[in-house]
Design a protein around this ligand. Sequence first.
Ligand code: NDP
Ligand code: 8X3
Length: 250
Amino acid sequence: MTKTILITGATSGFGAAAVERFLADDWRVVATGRRAERLQALVDKHGAERLHVAAFDIRDADAMQAALDAIPEDFRDIDVLVNNAGLALGTAVAQQASLEQWRQMIDTNVTALATLTHKLLPALIERRGAIINISSIAGVYPYAGGNVYGGTKAFVSQFSLGLRSDLHGTGVRVTTIEPGMAETEFTLVRTSGNQVASDTLYAGANPMTADDIASVIHYVATLPAHLNINRLEIMPVSQSVAGFQVHRGG
Ligand code: NDP
Ligand code: 8X3
């Protein structure tokens, strides 16, 4: 039977790659994001038989509800929710960071993710479905300039474990994927469009690709129904974690 997956943040990076991956595997896909022209390009490429797109700002709860209400009958039985839409803004240390950027990250990565999950939980329970939340290594390991971004991703990871606990006995699976460095539009967004900064970060590092993460999402989504991966931390071989820092001299 054809399954249905709702993927947020489907206009670029992991989400866009995941749309391609699941359509290629004959799933029905609901793809969301703000950039309507990119969503339309997906429809132009794949047609609308197994793809429904919804352009809205995920921070706008009314727009989210309207988009959910407008999902066509064929796409309403959502089996898998991929909470992928998110962003980092800025690389400044906390004492120099922008409060506006902090709020946008919290509104997007935390509040919107929780809101959409809340809205879809009854349907997911009914279908014994699955939730795949895209967190980050930034939610596990601190680094200078990671401050609120890391905090939002720590929320995502802990929220996932909490959901898993609450959903005990429902058959609903919950997985957190915590990727490290992957080359997408992530750094371009984080640096307000600084292509040089983005290219420099990834140069020579052989970072993960959006397709790598889409394959992991697909793997998790297609596991047998009795298996739950709680969390998956995944990095390029070129990246590892180094420990503590010590400041001397007062
Ligand atoms: P991209 O910038 O390529 O994609 C981010 C997606 O999120 C876009 O489709 C964007 O759509 C969507 N999005 C952002 N803000 C909103 C909003 N307000 N409303 C609706 N959609 C929104 O980055 P990635 O693919 O790399 O990021 C995907 C997820 O993976 C994020 O949660 C990110 O934090 C996480 N991540 C990324 C890593 C990396 O190294 N790339 C590593 C670990 C985690 P649009 O702009 O059209 O609205
Ligand atoms: C993105 C990974 O290390 O750039 O979530 O914060 S990192």
